[in-house]
Write a protein that binds this ligand. Structure first.
Ligand code: ZN
Length: 148
């Protein structure tokens, strides 16, 4: 079983499956130190504040990324560290990845926005979170229209 030990002092210290941890780009294996169950007990909010100071109640930020090769292609997603996410993507590609804007991902709003953006999704394999719009401003308008 692919698993990870929850921190023995801050948490339960048990071996848990990877899906029992929240994603956190700063953590080992890209996961939080403590399991989901322990984080619930040990004030999740406070824990995540260390990841990003302006994150939503679940510690995550919605982000919009642009790429240098096209002003009409965007990646929208949710992460507890959007700047790190942009850097990781940058490392995979030969083009420049630009962090355009972030919003607190309150109550998993990101999931709702993803659904609303479905018509603009780029129909390519491995491009689940990539979208097309006329301009960055137009893309931001579409996103913010979902929660204003
Ligand atoms: Zn635990």
């Amino acid at each position: 079983m692919a698993g990870k030990l929850c921190h023995p002092r801050n948490g339960c210290g048990k071996l848990k499956p990877l899906c029992d941890f929240y994603p956190c780009p700063n953590g080992k294996l890209g996961l939080t130190v403590n399991c989901k169950g322990c984080l619930k007990i040990y004030n999740q909010k406070r824990y995540f504040r260390r990841c990003t100071p302006t994150a939503g109640s679940n510690g995550r930020m919605m982000y919009l990324l642009g790429v240098s090769i096209s002003p009409t292609i965007f990646k929208f997603g949710s992460s507890c560290n959007p700047a790190r996410r942009a850097k990781d993507l940058q490392a995979n590609g030969w083009y420049k990845v630009i962090l355009l804007k972030t919003w607190p991902d309150i109550e998993n709003r990101g999931v709702q926005v993803h659904k609303a953006l479905t018509p603009y999704r780029i129909p390519a394999e491995h491009a689940r979170e990539w979208y097309a719009a006329e301009s960055p401003e137009a893309m931001i308008e579409k996103i913010e229209g979902e929660f204003s």
